[in-house]
Write a protein that binds this ligand. Structure first.
Ligand SMILES: CC/C=C/CC(=O)SCCNC(=O)CCNC(=O)[C@H](O)C(C)(C)COP(=O)(O)OP(=O)(O)OC[C@H]1O[C@@H](n2cnc3c(N)ncnc32)[C@H](O)[C@@H]1OP(=O)(O)O
Length: 719
């Protein structure tokens, strides 16, 4: 039953318990329960103090985010918290587990706060596209000062109970029973003046240079936020706290919240929150993997200690897995021996650990992996080499060892074929740097067992990754969608755009880096190798612009042939101070190269508007997403969106490519694709996906309904 219960302990301490598992969110029933309990407390002369706690050791995870989708009903939070603060009996919050968002705002309305040492506190509303609008933006700076409140509210970060104590958010921290301590504390403060404990009546202590502190904070959130509205609104609310009386500050808080609440960004960020939780549960086939048994991995091996392999070793060791790190090339092994311990130490430091939990041993031979429970192969993208390794692993490892490949797009089934037990083979596609990036694509081959998939998914979670199960096709989900996106960017250069123009359009949309800056960072030779393997590259003075019956841009191949591989060679789509340089400068050589290329191919350059750059790059990418859903390579649009937000820099406040298509309007995306396909009939990636057409024909259902639509569609097409 979701509610808040009221009881009286030893005749004098009223106990209000929030009951709404799993996080005791402040749903309508809970708010009603608290409001009723406050009334009962006021009426009961025997009650001299009040304690508020949450059931099952969790104080409160904030407002019930699911309720945001519908009209708000029931008692609002603001007057409810005011009523608590205004009470003439001391109110103490017993914070166990978590006090987040509206949960912490509720606690800030109490006169005292006692926290368990393991509790986490924070105002993460900004991550949902909102601000702490139950008085949090006005009370917190009055309690801890403006600079600290700016930090907590604009980042939304969770803090430990000990940090909360240092900042002055909580009054006491205990390793024992926080509820028991809160009850004793409540009794001990009966009769003490409550005026100074009411945060709304306190002045906001601001630094003398308050304007410059706020302006600096604003500049920082603009730069970090890449177009996100909520952090800017948070600074606005804190400016009001610092410069206006409380009541006017509350009015400003309310106004800003109303603007945010109705913005597409808040909907996108809340969708992203739930998507992240949905994707952990489904396989592309639609089956749930989380019902399968998993193996607990204590010892694993990583084969290949290049950049990816080293990152994977560190990620495993930080998750407490012992690792055998194997590299056959002496020089690379020596480099790994030096770099891995340093990376590990830094990673452990970031997690507040003195020593990394996993033990690492280095080896130059595969025979040393015989005792491990799981292997991750991370050698470069060469199918023949990978198959040789998998066939050798099948003989060296003990039966039952799960064999994984970190391939970024090769056929998992061909690798499985090289072993005796294909059911134990899955893909684990990490993103560079593997010990930092949150995304993991777990690739299910047609013969991978649910147990092997579940083991890889759970191991990913242990490593702190957002694991998404995807199907087996060239490029899986992320890289398959990247292909049409990059292709459009290259075509735009042929037609008259510059790399800067394309990058600025994409960065203006919210990507941290445009496609050409990103390509310079990761190295142009990565894609070159893939195109060579696919038989697409041609060498010669006059390479053609058609390959395998489709339009093809040889521009990136020519850049590679000329040794312009990006940052590592100091030259790419931009120029850098030298090999390994980081600052991209526009390069007249590239301008000249493009002009010569266009002239040679008889291409007349034209001015290309930002709108066209965005539509062609983003809709080509999204269109491939619809094909992926149709092919059953991703279980739902949420999976694609999570992959793009966590792995490819898609701005979170735009939800992800599939969510964005829904916000733009599916009919409009379809119309634009038809338009561009008409102008570029030799580009198959611009041909609208038939799933997109069917969704439009069905009245463009919201993204949350696509999964159901696709499964019905599939059943229908099988009849
Ligand atoms: C005036 C109005 C102002 C409102 C301000 C607010 O309060 S906005 C909400 C602020 N709160 C948050 O942002 C907290 C969001 N939740 C989390 O960060 C995490 O869920 C957690 C609380 C840290 C717990 O993490 P954990 O890993 O333990 O569990 P899950 O994340 O898997 O969550 C379990 C299920 O609970 C659902 N859920 C979590 N928080 C809320 C919430 N605030 N409202 C509704 N539902 C919530 C979550 O979706 C999971 O559900 P499943 O169905 O099991 O997937």
């Amino acid at each position: 039953m979701k509610m808040a219960t009221y009881s009286v302990l030893s005749g004098s301490v009223a106990l209000i318990t929030l009951q709404n598992p799993p996080v005791n969110a402040l749903s309508e029933a809970v708010r009603t329960g608290i409001t009723d309990a406050v009334q009962r407390t006021l009426k009961d002369p025997q009650v001299t103090s009040v304690v508020i706690c949450g059931q099952n050791g969790r104080f409160c995870g904030g407002a019930d985010i699911r309720e945001f989708a519908g009209p708000m009903s029931g008692p609002p939070l603001v007057p409810m918290i005011h009523a608590l603060e205004a009470m003439e009996k001391p109110v103490v919050a017993a914070i166990e587990g978590l006090a987040l968002g509206g949960g912490l705002e509720l606690a800030l309305g109490c006169h005292y706060r006692i926290a368990h040492s393991q509790a986490l506190l924070g105002l993460p509303e900004v991550t949902l596209g909102l601000l702490p609008a139950a008085g949090g933006s006005q009370r917190l700076p009055r309690l801890i000062g403006l600079p600290a409140a700016l930090d907590l509210i604009t980042t939304g970060r969770h803090i430990s109970a000990s940090e909360a104590l240092k900042l002055g958010i909580v009054d006491q921290v205990t390793d024992d029973n926080a509820l028991k301590m809160a009850v004793e504390f409540a009794r001990s403060v009966v009769g003490q003046p409550l005026g100074p404990r009411r945060l709304s009546t306190r002045p906001c202590h601001s630094p003398p240079d308050v304007d410059s502190v706020l302006d600096q904070a604003l500049a920082q959130v603009w730069q970090r936020g890449r177009g996100a509205l909520a952090p800017v609104a948070c600074v606005g609310a804190l400016r009001a706290a610092a410069t206006l009386p409380y009541a006017q500050g509350m009015e400003k808080e309310r106004e800003l919240m109303a603007t945010l609440f109705n913005s597409g960004q808040a909907r996108a960020l809340q969708y992203a929150f739930f998507s992240q939780r949905v994707v952990g549960k489904w396989q592309p086939s639609g089956a749930r993997w989380d019902n399968s048994t998993t193996r607990t991995i204590r010892k694993a091996a990583v084969i290949g200690l290049g950049t990816m392999g080293r990152g994977i070793v560190v990620a495993l060791a930080l998750a407490g897995v012992s690792v055998v790190a194997v590299e056959s090339q002496e020089k690379q092994l020596a480099a790994a021996r030096q770099m891995v311990p340093e990376m590990l130490q830094r990673g452990a430091g970031r997690r507040g650990l003195d020593t990394p939990p996993g033990v690492i041993s280095f080896s130059s031979g595969l025979e040393d992996v015989s005792e491990v429970e799981l292997v991750i192969e991370a050698v470069f993208e060469d199918m023949a080499l990978k198959r040789r390794i998998f066939s050798r692993l099948a003989t060296v490892c003990r039966p039952g060892t799960v064999l994984c490949s970190n391939t970024s797009g090769l056929d998992i089934d061909q690798l499985a074929e090289a072993t005796q037990n294909p059911a134990l083979v899955v893909g684990m596609h990490f993103f560079a740097p593997a010990h930092v990036m949150k995304l993991l694509e777990v690739v299910c081959g047609p013969r991978s067992s649910p147990e092997a998939v579940a083991t890889a998914m759970v191991l990913g979670k242990r490593m702190g990754k957002v694991s998404v199960a995807v199907g087996n096709c060239p490029g899986f989900v992320g890289n398959r969608m990247l292909k049409p996106y990059m292709e459009q960017a290259n075509f735009l250069l042929e037609e008259g755009a510059t790399p800067q123009q394309v990058d600025e359009a994409l960065e203006g949309f919210g990507f941290p880096m445009g496609v050409f800056r990103m390509s310079d960072l990761s190295g142009l030779d990565v894609g070159w190798r893939v195109r060579k393997e696919a038989g697409l590259t041609e060498q010669g003075v006059e390479p053609t612009r058609m390959r395998q019956g489709q339009r093809y841009s040889p521009l990136p191949d020519q850049m590679c042939e000329g040794g312009r591989l990006g940052q590592k060679t100091g030259r790419g789509w931009y120029r850098y101070d030298g090999p390994g340089g980081r600052v991209a400068r526009s390069d007249p050589w590239v301008q000249n190269f493009l002009e010569t290329y266009r002239a040679r191919h008889g291409l007349v350059p034209r001015r290309i508007a930002t709108e066209e750059i965005l539509e062609r790059c983003l809709y080509a990418l999204t269109n491939e997403g619809f094909n992926i859903l149709q092919d059953g390579v991703a279980a739902g649009p949420e999976d694609i969106d999570v992959i793009y937000v966590f792995g490819y820099g898609w701005p979170r406040h735009r939800g992800g490519p599939m969510f964005h298509a829904g916000q733009v309007g599916l009919a409009r995306v379809l119309e634009k694709l038809e338009h561009y396909q008409h102008s570029h009939p030799d580009v198959p990636h611009l041909k609208p996906s038939s799933l997109l057409r069917r969704l439009v024909a069905a009245g463009s259902p919201p993204v949350q309904k696509w999964r159901e639509f696709i499964s019905k569609d599939r059943v229908h097409s099988q009849l």
